[in-house]
Design a protein around this ligand. Sequence first.
Ligand code: KIV
Ligand code: ZN
Length: 515
Amino acid sequence: MLDRVLIFDTTLRDGEQAPGFSMNAVEKLEMARQLAKLGVDVIEAGFPISSEEDFEATREVAKQVGTVEGSPMICGLSRVGLADIDRCWEAVKYARRPRIHTFVATSDIHLKYKLRKTRAEVLRAAQEAVRHARGYCENVEFSPEDASRSDFDFMCDVLEAVIEAGATTINIPDTVGYAIPREWGERIARIRERVKNVDRAVISVHCHNDLGQAVANSLVGVMNGARQVECTINGIGERAGNASLEEVVMALRTRKDIFGIDTRVKTEEIFRASRLLSHITGIHVQPNKAIVGENAFAHEAGIHQDGVLKEKLTYEIMRPEDIGRSSNRLVLGKHSGRHAFRVRLKELGFDLDDTESDKAFKRFKDLADKKKEIYDEDLIAIVKDEMTQLQETYSLDYLHFVSGTGLIPSATVRLKKEEELFQDSGVGDGPVDAVYNAIDAITGLKGRLLDYALRAVTSGKDAIGEVTVRVDFDGTVLIGKGSSTDVIEASARAYLNAINRVVLPVAQKLKEVGP
Ligand code: KIV
Ligand code: ZN
């Protein structure tokens, strides 16, 4: 049995499937690069047959991330249909270490109402699928969907048959989040006793969080012999989500005395991965989320603060640095130079070229004029904003708006496109609406705002505001982000960011973000 737990990240597949979390190929690539830095063992990049876009995204992750020395395995999901498997292989085959993950339901509920197949038919399809996949690659994973509600003996017969056909990992999913830790642990232990050839495959667990047990079930799976855990950053996923990667990894590490086994995840990259995902999807974790929530390391009660000041061990079981989290340190100010700025950015994981660095430095100086104290979070916000803007067709050149009690809000906007300037104005039922109408007048696009969220990046009245919008352009729904100390400017940047995603085709973007 393996002497460590493999981390199979399915943020880009099961996570991305959840409403509000969809990512395009460019975003998946950015996330996949961070997952590789994090040191996960497997990246499940998508479900290639599900759409052309998912196929392309999986293929690009395989080509651009999976070909780098020491990169994680790149996996694609497929049903047991042979055409599904062919399509999956077409997407993952570029990776140095590709994996095909095929699945079929084994519970009677699914067989009767969804698949309308007999147990014998399902067993045969599963075995044929794995044999077919093994024709393509050495690394094949099989999942009996709805395992927690499947007849135990039938599920074990299927597992034995697929291992016989060449499955190298058998993944046991609690698809509907129904299992309770003790019974789940027993189920994994009993699989090890009942499936004769089980030693030829790695046992994996894949737990959903409908009853809030996903992480507990994953850990109890490990205690009973599972050596792969399937999980997602921030616990995103169908319905209540999947087991959260950061919680599983930090529990194994912090309580090694109990589990006696660890992962190879570089935990100092956890916080960055969590924030990157929030930035890409525009959905932030709740403040009290374990490990990565805003309050996860904040000691508020006087008695706790007193204890921590005397000795951190009194109330701290992990250090913020263990997950790569700085303590909101004051870093730079008005008089900081270009060198210090660049060094700090490098420490934060941003390796900018000269053009990017110059632009970001200018934004930093502008910010330093407005805001006395500049924190890491501020730097991250402006650099992310600048890096996004560099790929933009339209950029904001000038903005003026008037609003107030008894006034009709109006705005004038000037945009730059390929060195040419375009100006127009608009009115609206608020300053944001007026600005968006002015932008629509210039670009000729009419976006329908589905969602608008504003968040302060740090504390204080002078904090940077980060705006995330979800905009519908004739049926294409896109997310846009922008930040500034002026929330109307941040709103304009966010809307423009969404517009730039419409006007720049994905194929072109893929080229731009190539290695
Ligand atoms: O939850 C589930 O059953 C799945 C399978 C495809 C593994 O996501
Ligand atoms: Zn799942």
